[in-house]
Design a binder for this molecule. Structure first.
Ligand code: DOR
Ligand code: ZN
Length: 361
């Protein structure tokens, strides 16, 4: 075994676990197993599922299914709906990690492109829990106007362009209560990879120019980026190779090795110091969502182990990073003093995971 690193309580605040009517893409069991194999203690599940998590019955259905299946700890987002579901907020606040508002088109049917409806959601979400937003390019400015007016803590998901970074840097200087996340696919891939990747490189936000990618790394170096989020979004290979492929790529298993590879290679796109990368994967997301890792909850990763990402290592899943040489192999994951992953196998039964929010926490 090479040099090992210990990381406490890794939290991915942006995943799409599927389950329910989309269980053919992935189940709460299979995708939380991928989380453990990726070194994560906990994940927060987005609401653009089938059914969408936009009212009490759909939330209850998700809570019960994820509760019986999850092998890691978890939380779920409530989704803002375009028909105005703010009357539901009082009844669901205790059970969710935050609110998600989709302001640009993506998988699912939660798009809200009417600024007046967005504003109603901002007005009614009086909870201290964050609002996570999908906002691209000029839409970032629309959301910043609402943050300025209502002062709600807002997390900008999967930032991918130099322009968005410029807006958010200025907003941070203005001391607005905002944070931002970037994904590994925007940090490691660009639109130049699309000819080779085909529809496996299709996600929202889309892959961008090499210049945008360079600016993302610079923003990490400057400490402007708060979180690395996988935006784990499995679809079947059949769906991805169809005439109308859905947006999204899996990422829970590849995020940690990719980040360790970047840190350990001085030639790799101006890598950031390890302490900051570790913070973006654990302490920062925990702070943003106000959760503490339980005692004895950590990941041991061998930073010297180099390998090629292939189907076997991916446990049968596909990845846009297949064929890439990386370093950083997860050897052990511990949750609440229980060894839950030994580097090859998940050692706990479905239902082991706790809800980090709400009554069952
Ligand atoms: O590419 C994406 N896929 N982006 C999203 O925002 C949603 C996700 C999904 O659910 O498939
Ligand atoms: Zn997403």
């Amino acid at each position: 075994m090479g040099r090992t690193l210990k990381i406490h309580g890794m939290l991915d605040p942006h995943v799409h676990l599927r389950g329910m009517e989309w269980s053919h893409k992935g189940t709460f069991a299979s995708e939380t197993e991928a989380a453990l194999a990726g070194g994560y203690w906990a994940v927060l599940d987005m609401p653009n599922t089938l059914p969408s998590t936009v009212d009490r019955p759909s939330l209850d259905r998700k809570l019960s299914e994820i509760g019986t299946q999850a092998v890691c700890d978890w939380g779920v987002y409530f989704g803002a709906a375009k028909n105005g579901n703010w009357d539901q907020y009082n009844g669901i606040l205790d059970d969710v990690c935050g609110l998600k508002i989709y302001n640009n088109a993506t998988t699912g049917n939660l798009l809200i492109d009417d600024q007046a409806i967005r504003e109603e959601h901002y007005q009614h979400w009086t909870a201290k829990k964050p609002i996570a937003v999908h906002a691209e390019e000029e839409t970032v400015l629309d959301i910043l106007a609402l943050v300025r007016k209502y002062r709600r803590r807002t997390h900008f998901c999967h930032i991918s362009t130099a322009k968005e970074l410029e807006y958010l840097r200025a907003a941070k200087e203005e001391r607005l209560p905002i944070t931002l996340g970037v994904t590994p696919h925007h940090l490691f891939l660009t639109e130049d990879d699309l000819p080779a990747l085909g529809s496996l490189g299709l996600m929202k936000p889309t892959l961008k120019r090499a210049y945008d990618r360079a600016m993302l790394w610079k923003a990490i170096g400057d400490g402007v980026v708060d979180v690395i989020e996988s935006d784990h979004a499995p679809h079947t290979l059949e769906e991805k190779s169809s005439a109308n492929p859905p947006y999204g790529v899996p990422g829970l298993q590849t995020t940690l090795p990719l980040m360790i590879t970047a840190v350990s290679n001085p030639n790799w796109m101006s890598p950031a110091p390890w302490a900051h990368v570790k913070a973006m994967l654990s302490t920062n997301p925990r702070r943003i969502f106000g959760v503490q890792a339980p005692p004895e909850t950590y990941t041991v990763v061998d930073v010297d182990d180099e390998f090629v990402i292939d189907k076997q290592w991916l446990r049968g899943a596909w990845s846009p990073f297949e064929g890439m040489r990386v370093r950083g192999r997860v050897r052990e994951v511990w949750i609440r003093g229980v060894k839950v992953f030994d580097g090859e196998n998940v050692l706990v039964k479905p239902g082991f995971g706790h809800n980090l929010f709400g009554k069952t926490a």
